[in-house]
Design a protein around this ligand. Structure first.
Ligand SMILES: [Zn+2]
Length: 378
């Protein structure tokens, strides 16, 4: 009996200890969860940057040794466009503190991102070069290094770094070596380095059919070199290899054939395209334009009406139809076509925007100039 009583007391005491211990641990856990640092991280994950800044600022005030809170605070400020403050925070961390290597590396990467946001490419490269070799071959660091070389005009080094990046495991969303070459060609072209641009574009179209957009620019360069035949040959390769992008060169081809004195050829190109893809709105409107010029107005209108049937948000077909009707003084029909166009316009707008940041795109290329996302237009 005594044994039973003793056993019961021991079990009860154990239960009390366990209960009190668990409560303490829970409250310690809660304290930790509700520390400014953890509240800051939660806010960061939830995407509330104002609140994250508030909590993390309090965290570093409470504990100036909380390096991670500083790093994250700097990163948020950079993402909000407060690049100067971000740079200052990350720079001070590097100067002042004795840090474990891994932490130091993270700070260097954060600082490099700050400097990239400020367009200070040579400083980006300088800081990334201080990372240990293993860190430098990390895909995110390689991508940053490549972009810095590219923006600093070091195109050879950019191309090499892009190859290293693809070798490091082809991170998702990165373009092939050939498409990257084409992109570098466009970078050179915009800088006025036509020779380099031409070499890159020529190599790119050989390397990857995905770089076919380069034919547009190769043709433009040929025109500058006063070689209209060659320009037409390049543009025709785009038409045959990427019919869905053929409209990019229609206007150029029309002008070139007109200058060569072989305008009839253009009609043939449109007819061929319409035969192989009957819903190609741009080819239909082109054909309709040619027919009208030839004086075949009824046929031109028939083709324009066909284009209207297939057009999505481009409204090229409507535009063409209305213009032909107006030119031939068929105003009532033109007004009706305009009415249906207006009804559709309220729903769509003709604009090419970046799928990532929705900035309006100017010109055709492989990369958004605003957010640097890769774009595949052809
Ligand atoms: Zn973008």
């Amino acid at each position: 009996m005594a044994f039973v009583i003793i056993a019961a007391v021991v079990i009860a005491a154990g239960a009390v200890f366990w209960y009190v211990g668990a409560r303490r641990a829970r409250s310690r856990g809660r304290e930790l969860d509700e520390s400014p640092y953890h509240l800051g991280l939660d806010a960061l994950i939830a995407g509330h940057s104002d609140r994250a800044i508030e909590h993390l600022t309090r965290a570093v005030r409470d504990n100036p040794r909380n390096v991670d809170a500083y790093v994250k605070l700097g990163n948020i400020l950079r993402d909000r466009g407060q690049v100067k403050q971000a740079t200052q925070i990350h720079r001070e961390l590097l100067v002042k503190r004795k840090l474990p290597k891994s932490v130091r590396n993270e700070i260097i990467k954060s600082l490099a991102r700050d400097l990239a946001s400020a367009g200070r490419w040579l400083d980006v490269l300088e800081h990334l070069a201080t990372l240990p070799r293993g860190e430098r071959s990390d895909p995110s660091v390689l991508a940053m290094t490549r972009d810095a070389y590219e923006s600093a005009g070091e195109l050879d080094k950019a191309a090499q770094t892009h190859k290293d990046l693809l070798k490091a495991g082809s991170p998702e969303g990165q373009p092939s070596a050939g498409v990257y070459r084409a992109h570098l060609g466009l970078v050179a072209f915009k800088r006025g380095d036509t020779r380099r641009a031409k070499a890159e574009f020529q190599a790119a179209v050989k390397e990857d059919p995905g770089a076919a957009l380069a034919y547009v620019y190769l043709g433009d360069i040929a025109v500058r070199e006063e070689d209209a035949e060659r320009a037409v040959a390049y543009w025709m390769r785009l038409v045959s290899e990427k019919p869905n992008c053929a409209h990019l060169v229609f206007e150029r081809l029309e002008k070139a054939y007109f200058e060569i004195g072989d305008f009839g050829r253009m009609m043939g190109i449109y007819e061929q395209l319409v035969a192989s893809s009957p819903s190609n709105v741009m080819a239909l409107t082109g054909l309709s334009r040619m027919l009208e010029r030839k004086g075949a107005v009824d046929e031109a209108l028939r083709i324009a009406r066909e284009a209207v049937k297939h057009e999505g948000s481009t409204f090229e077909g409507h535009r063409q139809l209305i213009e032909i009707l107006m030119r031939h003084e068929r105003y009532e029909e033109a007004a009706k076509a305009a009415e249906t166009l207006l009804a559709g316009l309220s729903e769509h707008r003709k604009e090419r925007t970046c799928p990532s940041c929705e900035t309006q795109l100017d010109g055709y290329g492989w990369r958004c100039t605003s957010c640097r996302a890769w774009i595949n237009e052809c």
